[in-house]
Design a protein around this ligand. Structure first.
Ligand code: 6GU
Length: 224
């Protein structure tokens, strides 16, 4: 998978891809992420990429020209499956959306800033608008990292069997059951006996019941 990320602050997004699982995914050639500095596409004097809104109002609007030039150039190089604008008024990111994107080959993520982008960019190029939750960030960059992480970890070969994405919370509409590791007792706090029983059928039943209990308690909205 290839992800092209367009932003005025690409440096903000470097470290998430330089550690742990995402780093390994890059090194193995399973994913490549390319950053594009939007200002490189400005034709203005001071590499300007925003301007005042028509009709007035507070805040600046990201101009159509630099974004269109950047996306149009990328489109001449390969076919993109989705061109995604990260914006608080987009569709809220879910595991289902991450699963769907993980089977694509080429994606563009466009990070918004200021009051947003000229509507004509959305009409012309954007195929999907995604938010990562009901709160406001200063820009789309952190959201782009969240989305890239959620998608890249699902690519075949990125996780090993132990890290398998199939047992993640949300993947089966259930949150995860409680987990424990050694020691079996710490300051009087004991690991549930069932997990030490060696009876894998009983353990599985217990884990499912606990997952169900926790989901009903915390997130009844995600249950089938
Ligand atoms: Cl994608 N962008 C911004 N600026 N804020 C957000 C967001 C995106 N998702 C949630 N809040």
């Amino acid at each position: 998978m290839r992800i092209d990320i367009i932003s005025v602050l690409p440096e903000l997004m470097e470290s998430p891809f330089q550690a742990s699982i995402l780093k390994r995914a890059m090194q193995k050639g399973l994913a490549e992420v390319h950053f594009h500095q939007l200002r490189d596409w400005s034709t203005g004097k001071h590499r300007q990429i925003d301007d005042e809104p028509y009709g007035g109002g507070a805040g600046m609007v990201m101009m159509i020209e630099p974004i269109d030039k950047c996306i149009s150039e990328l489109k001449t190089q390969r076919n993109y499956d989705e061109i995604i604008y990260l914006t608080p008024d987009g569709e809220t990111l879910t595991q289902k959306i991450a699963n769907m994107l993980s089977i694509k080959n080429n994606l563009i993520f466009l990070c918004g800033h200021y009051k947003g982008i000229d509507q004509r960019v959305r009409d012309l190029h954007i195929t999907k608008e995604i938010s990562i939750g009901d709160y406001v960030l200063t820009g789309g960059e952190l959201a782009a990292c969240v989305l890239a992480d959620a998608v890249i970890r699902l690519l075949p070969g990125v996780l090993n069997d132990e890290q398998s994405a199939l047992t993640d919370s949300f993947q089966d509409n259930l949150l995860s059951p409680p987990i424990y590791t050694r020691p079996s007792e710490y300051k009087g706090l004991k690991v549930p006996d069932i997990l030490l029983s060696g009876n894998s059928k009983k353990i599985e039943d217990w884990q499912h019941e606990e997952a169900l209990r926790i989901t009903i308690e915390r997130r009844p909205d995600i249950l089938d």
